[in-house]
Write a protein that binds this ligand. Structure first.
Ligand SMILES: CN1c2c(nc(N)[nH]c2=O)NC[C@@H]1CNc1ccc(C(=O)N[C@@H](CCC(=O)N[C@@H](CCC(=O)N[C@@H](CCC(=O)O)C(=O)O)C(=O)O)C(=O)O)cc1
Ligand SMILES: N[C@@H](CCS)C(=O)O
Ligand SMILES: [Zn+2]
Length: 757
C-alpha cells in the first residue's frame, strides 16, 4: 500500500487546560512579564506539536500560535497600526492595546470569523498608517518550529495579503492601494522564510471563500508580486466553504502555487474539481476531516471522496478542513462521557489527528479499517432511535404564528406599566468570582443543591435590588446560574452532551464549551422558571424571562452531521416553546429569546441563504409562536451584519428586538426603518465590551438620534449586549448614566422641547 501524506492547518491555541487563557489574564493584570507569557504560549504550542508528531502528521504548522487572534497578529506583524495606537512602541503591549483598548483609545472592533463563533479583530488602515513590519517574534517562532520539528515538517503559516486587505477597514485609499503598500513586505517576508530552508509555506487566504465579492483583481495583483521563483512549495489554503468558480480557476492556473488546500466538508468543492479538473502537477490538500465538528467522519463520506480522488486527482494529501482551533483539545479527558453510546464517534483535536491517519490509510486501500469504522457508526445507530426526520408529525402550520398580529398584541401588552422609553438590560450581570466559586462547589459536590440555590437567590436579590435602585423599568434576574447562555440549556435538556474540559476559544482569552447534540432533544422539566419566580417575587416591575433561541443553541453547539440542521433546530424550538409556556404560567409577561447566532449560520453564498433563513426563522417562530398576545416577546442579536437579513428579522415577528448597535450610529436603525420595520426596537446605547463608562451626554444624544428615525413608542433603551464580562462598579455606573440619560430625554419629550416623530 502506498502511504498517503497528511497535513494539519493549525491546532488549538488555548492548551489542554486553557493555560493560555490564564497566562493572558495574569499578563493583563501585570502579574507576569512578556517573557513569561511567551514561555507559556510556547510550551502549549510545543505540546500540540508533540501530539501531531506522535500522530505522524507530515506537515505541521508553525508561526501560528497567535496570542489573541490571527488577523490581529498579522496586522501587528506588518505594522498596520491605526493612529490612536501609534504613540506606543511595537510589541505585545501595543498589540493587546489594539485588541482591548487603552487610555481612552477604543479597541479595534471585533467580528465573527466567517461562519464561526470565533471572533477576529478588524484591522484599520487610516491616513496615518505606515506599514512597518515587525516580524522578529514571528521569525523566532518559525525557528523554534524548525528546531523542534525539522525543516521538512515545520510549515510556516502566513495570512495572505488579499485576506488581510479584505478584512481591513480602510478609511484612506482603496483595497488596491493598501495591497500595493503591503506587497513588497510580503515579498521580503516570503524570501526570508525561504532562506530558513523550510519545505513548504501555507498561505491562508480565507477571503477566497467570499466568492461573491469579487477579489480576483486583488489576487492577480498580489501573487505574481510576492511568490519567490524558487524556495519552499506554496500551499494556498482556504476553509469554511468552497472558493467558487472564478477563484478556483485562478488558483489552478498559478504556476508558483504547488498545493491547493480546499474544504471538502462545506460547499461544493468536488463540483469545482469535476467541472474544471485539477492539475496533475499540483497537490490537492483534501480537507475532509471536519475541523468544526467533533463528530467523526461518516464512512460513506470516506468512500465518496476516495472514489472521487481516484477518478480526478493525481497528487493529494489528507488533512482537516481548516485549523483545529474550533475544537477542544482532547476528548479522552471527558471521563464522564466514557462508555456513552456517542463516545467512540467523538473526536477533539487530538483524536482528529488519528482520524486523518485512519482516512489516509483507508484511501490507500485498507478496507478493513473502513469496515471497522462503519461498524462503530452502526453500533451507535443501533443504540439511538434518532433521525426520524418527520417534521410535520410534531407541529402544525398554526404553531408558527402568534395568535394575533403585532398591532393587536401591542395594544394588549401596552407598556406593561413602564413609562415612555422603557429601560432594560440584555440579561446577564457580572459573573463574579463568588458566582463561579458557588457553581464550582456545587459541581464538585462540596455544597448541596439547597445551599447552591440559596447562593444563586442571593445573587438574584442583589441584581433586582440594584436594578430597582437604578430605576430600570424591565428587570432581569441576571443569569447568575448560567455558565454560558448555550451550555446552561444543554445541561437542562436531554439529547445534548456537555463536557467538563471541552473549551474552545471564542475571542481573546474567552472560551466556550459547545454542547454536543447526540440524539432527539427533550426538555424534561422547566429550565428557567425557578429563577424567574425568585426574581419576580422581589419586585412589582416586570422581570424578563430569559431564554436562548433554537438557532443560537444549534449554531453554538456541535450538531449531528447525519441529521439536518433544520430538524435539530425544530427539536430545540419545541423545547423552548414549552419553556415559554411554563414561564407564562408562572406569571412572566416579557420573555426574551436571544438569537445572536442567527446571522452567523447564514450561508456565505446567496443561493443557500433563502432556504436557511426560512427554516431558521421558522424555528424561532415555532419557539415563540405559542406565546399569548399579552406576553411581550423580545429577541436580542449582536456582533453581526444585519443588513442582509433584515427581512428575516422582521419575519421573526417579535414584539421587541434589542440589537448591538453602539458602533454604527444610526445606519442599522435607518436600514430597519427603510424596510418598514414597525415593531419595538432597542438599539444598544453603549458598548459593553469597553471598560469605559459611557457619559449621560453621550447616551442622551444617542437616544435623541434614535428618535429622529423611530417613533417614541417603538423605542426601548438598553446596552448593546449582556454585562457578564463587566465588573459590578462598571455596570452600576454605566446603567446609572443610561437611566439618567433616558429620564432627561423623557422629560424633554413631556415638556415638548423635542418632538418625537
Ligand atoms: C455572547 N457571546 C457568547 C458566544 N458564545 C457563547 N457560547 N456564549 C456567549 O455568551 N459568542 C459570542 C459572544 C462572545 N463570546 C463569549 C464567549 C465566552 C465568554 C466567557 O466569558 N467565557 C468564560 C467562560 C467561563 C465559564 O464558563 N466558567 C465556568 C467555570 C469554568 C471552570 O474552569 N471552573 C473551574 C473552577 C473555577 C473556580 O473555582 O473559580 C473548575 O470547574 O474547575 C463557570 O462560570 O462556572 C471565560 O472566562 O472564558 C464571553 C463571551
Ligand atoms: N442574554 C445574554 C445574551 C448575550 S448575546 C446575555 O445577556 O449575556
Ligand atoms: Zn449579545
Amino acid at each position: 500500500m502506498t502511504r498517503i501524506s497528511t497535513s494539519t492547518l493549525g491546532f488549538p491555541r488555548m492548551g489542554p487546560n486553557r493555560e493560555l487563557k490564564f497566562s493572558l489574564e495574569k499578563y493583563w493584570k501585570g502579574e507576569i512579564s512578556d517573557i513569561e507569557l511567551l514561555n507559556s504560549a510556547n510550551e502549549i504550542e510545543k505540546s500540540g506539536w508533540k501530539l501531531q508528531m506522535e500522530a505522524s502528521i507530515d506537515r505541521i504548522t508553525v508561526g501560528d500560535h497567535y496570542l489573541y487572534d490571527m488577523v490581529l497578529t498579522w496586522s501587528d506583524n506588518l505594522g498596520l497600526c491605526p493612529s490612536r495606537f501609534q504613540h506606543m512602541d511595537a510589541g505585545l503591549k501595543r498589540m493587546f492595546a489594539m485588541a482591548r483598548g487603552v487610555d481612552g483609545s477604543e479597541a479595534l472592533s471585533m467580528k465573527k470569523w466567517i461562519t464561526s463563533n470565533y471572533h477576529y479583530m478588524v484591522p484599520e488602515y487610516d491616513e496615518s498608517t505606515v506599514i512597518k513590519p515587525n516580524i522578529e517574534l514571528y521569525l523566532n517562532d518559525i525557528k523554534r518550529g524548525i528546531d523542534f520539528l525539522g525543516a521538512q515538517t515545520a510549515t510556516p503559516v502566513v495570512l495572505g495579503p488579499v485576506s488581510l486587505v479584505f478584512f481591513t477597514k480602510i478609511s484612506h485609499g482603496t483595497d488596491e492601494s493598501v495591497l500595493a503598500t503591503l506587497l513588497p513586505h510580503y515579498k521580503n517576508l516570503l524570501a526570508t522564510i525561504a532562506e530558513m530552508g523550510v519545505a513548504e509555506v501555507q498561505i491562508h487566504e480565507p477571503a477566497l471563500v467570499f466568492a461573491e465579492q469579487n477579489i480576483s483583481h486583488l489576487l492577480s495583483i498580489a501573487y505574481p508580486a510576492i511568490l519567490p521563483k524558487q524556495g519552499p512549495i506554496i500551499n494556498l489554503v482556504s476553509f469554511m466553504e468552497d472558493i467558487g468558480e472564478e477563484n478556483y480557476q485562478w488558483a489552478i492556473s498559478q504556476a508558483e502555487i504547488g498545493i491547493i488546500s480546499l474544504d471538502f466538508t462545506r460547499g461544493h468543492t468536488m463540483d469545482l474539481i469535476h467541472k474544471f479538473g485539477f492539475p496533475q502537477d499540483k497537490t490537492l490538500g483534501v480537507g475532509m476531516i471536519d475541523s468544526r465538528n467533533v463528530w467523526t467522519i461518516q464512512p460513506e463520506k470516506v468512500s465518496e471522496v476516495s472514489d472521487f480522488l481516484k477518478a480526478h486527482v493525481v497528487k493529494f494529501r489528507i488533512q482537516p478542513s481548516g485549523s483545529l482551533q474550533y475544537l477542544p483539545w482532547d476528548f479522552s479527558c471527558e471521563k464522564e462521557l466514557e462508555g456513552h453510546p456517542a463516545s467512540s464517534l467523538l473526536s477533539f483535536a487530538k483524536q482528529k489527528l488519528s482520524e486523518i491517519q485512519m482516512v489516509a490509510q483507508v484511501i490507500a486501500g485498507d478496507m478493513l479499517l473502513l469496515k471497522s469504522h462503519a461498524d462503530t457508526w452502526e453500533v451507535f445507530y443501533k443504540s439511538v432511535a434518532s433521525g426520524t426526520n418527520q417534521p410535520n408529525k410534531r407541529w402544525t402550520e398554526q404553531d408558527f404564528v402568534r395568535s394575533e398580529p403585532f398591532e393587536k398584541r401591542n395594544e394588549k401588552q401596552g407598556l406593561l406599566g413602564s413609562p415612555l422609553l422603557p429601560t432594560t438590560t440584555i440579561g446577564s450581570f457580572p459573573q463574579t468570582k463568588e458566582i463561579r466559586r458557588l457553581r464550582s462547589q456545587y459541581r464538585s459536590g462540596k455544597i448541596t443543591k439547597a445551599v447552591y440555590e440559596a447562593g444563586i437567590d442571593k445573587q438574584i436579590a442583589y441584581a433586582i435590588g440594584i436594578q430597582e435602585a437604578l430605576g430600570l423599568d424591565i428587570l432581569v434576574h441576571g443569569e447568575a446560574e448560567r455558565t454560558d447562555m448555550v451550555e446552561f440549556f444543554a445541561h437542562q435538556m436531554t439529547g445534548l452532551l456537555f463536557t467538563s474540559n471541552g473549551w474552545v476559544q471564542s475571542f481573546g482569552s474567552r472560551c466556550v464549551r459547545p454542547p454536543i447534540i447526540w440524539t432527539d432533544i427533550q426538555r424534561p422539566h422547566p429550565m428557567t422558571v425557578r429563577e424567574f419566580t425568585v426574581a419576580q417575587e422581589l419586585t412589582e416591575k416586570p422581570v424578563k424571562g430569559m431564554l436562548t433561541g433554537p438557532i443560537t443553541i444549534l449554531n453554538w453547539s456541535f450538531p449531528r452531521i447525519d441529521i439536518s440542521r433544520k430538524e435539530q433546530a425544530f427539536q430545540l424550538a419545541l423545547a423552548i416553546r414549552q419553556e415559554v409556556k411554563d414561564l407564562e404560567t408562572a406569571g412572566c409577561r416579557v420573555i426574551q429569546v436571544d438569537e445572536p447566532a442567527l446571522r452567523e449560520g447564514m450561508p456565505l453564498r446567496q443561493h443557500g441563504r433563502e432556504s436557511y433563513l426560512q427554516w431558521a426563522v421558522d424555528a424561532f417562530r415555532l419557539a415563540t409562536g405559542g406565546a399569548k398576545s399579552e406576553t411581550q416577546i423580545h429577541t436580542h442579536m449582536c456582533y453581526c451584519e444585519f443588513k442582509d437579513c433584515m427581512g428575516a428579522i422582521d419575519r421573526m415577528d417579535t414584539d421587541f428586538n434589542s440589537i448591538e448597535n453602539s458602533r454604527s450610529d444610526n445606519a442599522t436603525l435607518e436600514a430597519f426603518v427603510d424596510i418598514g420595520y414597525n415593531k419595538g426596537f432597542g438599539p444598544g446605547v453603549y458598548d459593553i465590551h469597553s471598560p469605559v463608562i459611557p457619559t449621560v451626554d453621550f447616551m442622551e444624544s444617542k437616544i435623541k438620534g434614535f428618535l429622529t428615525c423611530l417613533p417614541v413608542n417603538q423605542l426601548i433603551v438598553n446596552p448593546d449586549c449582556g454585562l457578564k464580562t463587566r465588573t459590578w462598579p462598571e455596570t452600576i455606573d454605566s446603567l446609572k448614566n443610561m437611566v439618567e440619560a433616558t429620564a432627561k430625554v423623557r422629560a424633554q419629550i413631556l415638556a415638548s422641547s423635542i418632538s418625537p416623530s
